[in-house]
Design a protein around this ligand. Structure first.
Ligand code: CTP
Length: 403
């Protein structure tokens, strides 16, 4: 569902509600599409209006409901051609045997069938009918024709039906229709893939009230997790302390120190890919004090440091269970490409996303990033863009690499 939330945000969907008992689910469908950020324009067929009232549909949609091909008011405001094209996706739910037949044969004798003929957009149907009607050779022929025409189909499901029979013909549930609508918008190439993302800084305690940290905001890691989720990945998000929200739909593990992060990463494996966007502290204080260190006349306390485990290197060099793709980040202030290229080799990861974090760049803590992607073949400069855009581009590359 989270995937769908991201895919449907800002989209305009024309929802055609056919005449079947499953039409009641379309009311819920309107709500869930709106929750996902989509605008829904409803069209109710004459038969559909026998099952749900125009008033409940328009009240839920928050717009008028279109019903009649020759409704002059609506026609003057918005012609049916325009109505069918203003939307980015047309969903027919429930798609009755009659509506499917009309679509397959090119009838245009009411508003719904005319819109379906006039549209130049992707159409998704959610069939719903009695099992005998579904299995009837005429319906199966129509289904084959519609699929050949590129119409997307979700369901129907097996189960008990309102008519008392059992079998295929029940309309898919709302979440399945939402997922199918989301998949229609660009697909979910990372569905079924588990991707681990580390993010944010780590805090290395000195005593119960003081710690060593860095300026990482966690913005880039969060954006990457969200972009991966929107492509259908299941994401484990291991994050150090930040004030950023957790990515919705990820398995989120909050950690403080580098060693906590190492434990969380080990526990999250296996993964198909791992993206190490965290700014892990290289050192920790040896012998962290269990009580607050007080000022004394003897002067300042001497802090002794130990090196933290290199989580990226550990995962990159796993002999068993190494993710197929390991992506590191390189935060550099000098000789960015040379240092990052050496870092990729030293750590053993597949890709390094290198960025210049000198204060003048405004990258650390800012909304934009200016990165170079380094792999075994060399380096590729990406133009400066928002961290969200970097994340989207990286997620797309990861999806291509995992194909
Ligand atoms: N990293 C890690 N564990 C560490 C240190 C870094 O997993 N203990 C990961 C980071 O998440 C990042 C990459 O290694 O993906 C490089 O981090 P960076 O801080 O740039 O490199 P360092 O290894 O710390 O090297 P240096 O400080 O010498 O530049």
């Amino acid at each position: 569902m989270v995937v769908a939330l991201a895919q449907l945000a800002g989209k305009h969907i024309l929802l055609i509600i056919g005449g079947g008992i499953a039409a009641y689910k379309s009311l819920e469908l309107i709500r869930r599409m709106q929750d996902a950020g989509a605008a829904v324009t409803p069209v109710l067929t004459k038969a559909g209006a026998q099952f749900v009232t125009p008033l409940s549909v328009s009240a839920l949609a928050g717009t008028g409901v279109h019903q009649d091909l020759f409704d002059l008011t609506a026609e003057a405001e918005m012609g049916h051609i325009e109505l069918s094209r203003a939307a980015e996706l047309v969903v027919v739910a429930p798609a009755t045997a009659d509506l499917m037949a009309k679509m397959a044969h090119g009838h245009a004798n009411d508003l719904a069938s005319t819109l379906l003929m006039a549209t130049d957009k992707q159409v998704l149907i959610a069939p719903a009918m009695n099992v005998r009607m579904w299995e009837h050779p005429a319906t199966q022929r129509n289904l084959a024709t519609l699929q050949e025409d590129g119409i997307l189909v979700v369901g129907p499901e097996d189960g008990g039906m309102a008519c008392g029979e059992f079998g295929a013909g029940r309309m898919s549930e709302v979440p399945q229709i939402i997922d199918a609508a989301a998949a229609a918008f660009g697909g979910c190439p990372l569905r079924g893939k588990h991707i681990l993302v580390t993010s944010g800084p780590t805090h290395e305690p000195i005593d119960p009230v003081r710690y060593i940290a860095n300026r990482s905001s966690g913005a880039q890691g969060l954006a990457i997790a969200q972009a991966l989720l929107s492509l259908g990945a299941s994401v484990t998000f291991v994050t150090g302390p930040t004030d950023k929200p957790a990515p919705k739909g990820a398995q989120v593990v909050h950690v403080q120190t580098a060693r906590d992060m190492q434990d969380a990463v080990r526990a999250a494996l296996p993964a198909d890919a791992a993206v190490f966007a965290a700014a892990v502290a290289d050192w920790r204080v040896v012998g962290e004090s269990q009580s607050k260190i007080k000022k004394t006349k003897d002067g300042m306390p001497a802090l002794e440091f130990a090196e933290n485990p290199d989580i990226l290197a550990e995962v990159s060099q796993l002999e068993k269970g190494r993710p197929n793709l390991v992506v590191g980040f390189a935060a550099e202030t000098d000789d960015v490409i040379a240092n990052a290229t050496a870092k990729r080799k030293r750590k053993g990861c597949d890709w390094i996303v290198a960025n210049d974090v000198s204060p003048a760049t405004g990258i650390m803590g800012g909304a934009e990033n200016d990165v170079t992607l380094i792999d075994q073949n060399g380096s590729e400069d990406w133009p400066r863009m928002s961290k969200d855009a970097v994340a989207a581009k990286l997620a797309k590359r990861i999806a291509e690499a995992l194909l």
